[in-house]
Ligand binder design. Structure first.
Ligand code: BDR
Ligand code: CA
Length: 341
């Protein structure tokens, strides 16, 4: 009888400890994230996907940069995404209004004058956080637990480069940086060899690369394989919530130009693949390789020279994503958008 009671007590204690440990492990899996972005149609889809995923992602802030459109518009569009997701507690900091060295370029031909095709924009109720995105990055990353914060880079890498130039020691707070950018097998989308985010500010991308932080690139090689289809967009529209209506309207308009230009059966939703990689890495595959960035004037300007076959035997500095499960991506996006109002 005594033995039996003793055994029972031990069993209860073990179960309680297991519950505590598994909760702790689960909490530890939640990723501390800063999203640096230039919304942008696909940036807004990425933001909604991230904001609808609070179990996996603790979004500490959204920082904005000039890119697809001017900084005032990218900052407004980031705040719109936050409002649409009803996540007003997430601060939005505005950052660099132009690249490190070169004059700004915009992509209004793809994203429209307001940076958001297919939907009406308005001034969101909640404003920007006080302070600048670059200072926010410096303050947050220098005080963070060692290697604890992931940065999703969905636009030109100007903000993080400026932060690293001013305070190189902030790498201590960075767990990893996941970049939408670059192109190798696919070819470029702004020149035959360069992808827009790298071409817009290759000097910034070089600073980030040289900092030695853990880097993953989600280039056109994979985003041009993860394509919309009428059926995929209709499923999102069929969610019958506001988010589904918005995303389907944005995508219907956004994909047109790429489908015509590349003769593709659907369009890429580039930036959203960065968030999908963070949520479900098993949807993607890639390889650790050496990448160099060309910032010399000429036909190679903005190119990511990706040594996929290790021809030069140089140190491997980037995990380069090359393939993705398109249906898995759209299933994930649709499921997460269904959670929003
Ligand atoms: C990238 O460029 C921008 O236009 C998109 O938002 C994406 O980040 C694709 O080349
Ligand atoms: Ca972008």
């Amino acid at each position: 009888m005594h033995l039996c009671r003793h055994f029972l007590l031990r069993l209860i204690r073990s179960i309680a400890l297991l519950a505590i440990f598994s909760t702790a492990a689960h909490a530890a899996e939640k990723r501390d994230l800063i999203i640096d972005t230039d919304p942008g149609a696909d940036d807004v889809v990425a933001l909604l996907l991230a904001l609808a995923s609070p179990e996996e992602l603790h979004i500490r802030a959204i920082t904005t940069v000039a890119g697809n459109v001017r900084i005032d518009k990218t900052s407004r569009n980031a705040r719109l995404a936050r409002e649409w997701a009803a996540r007003e507690e997430v601060p939005v900091y505005a950052g660099a209004g132009r690249p490190l060295v070169r004059p700004p370029i915009y992509a209004e031909n793809i994203h429209g004058k307001e940076g958001l095709p297919g939907v009406d924009v308005h001034e969101p109720k909640k404003g920007l956080a006080d302070g600048n995105a670059v200072q926010y990055l410096i303050d947050t990353l220098s005080k963070a637990e060692p290697h604890s914060i992931t940065i999703a880079m969905l636009g030109p890498q100007t903000n993080l480069a400026l932060a690293l130039i001013q305070a190189p020691e902030i790498t201590q707070g960075i767990k990893e940086v996941v970049v939408m950018g670059g192109a190798h097998f696919n070819g470029g989308n702004i020149t035959p060899v360069a992808e827009f985010n790298l071409y817009a500010d290759p000097d910034a991308a070089k600073v980030v690369l040289a900092s030695g932080v853990k880097l993953t690139y989600v280039p056109l090689d994979v985003t041009h394989k993860v394509l919309t289809s009428d059926q995929r967009i209709q499923r999102i529209e069929g969610l019958n919530n506001h988010a589904g209506k918005l995303v389907s309207s944005i995508l219907n308009e956004y994909v047109k130009a790429d489908m015509v230009h590349y003769g593709l059966p659907g369009g890429p939703v580039h930036d959203a693949s960065v968030i999908a990689w963070l949520l479900k890495p098993e949807l993607f595959s890639g390889r650790l390789i050496n990448v160099a960035i060309d910032s010399r004037e000429g036909p190679g300007f903005g190119q990511t020279v990706a040594d996929w076959y290790d021809t030069l035997g140089q140190p491997k500095n980037v995990f380069w994503i090359e393939n993705g499960d398109a249906q898995g991506f759209f299933d994930l996006l649709t499921q997460r958008l269904a959670r929003l109002k």
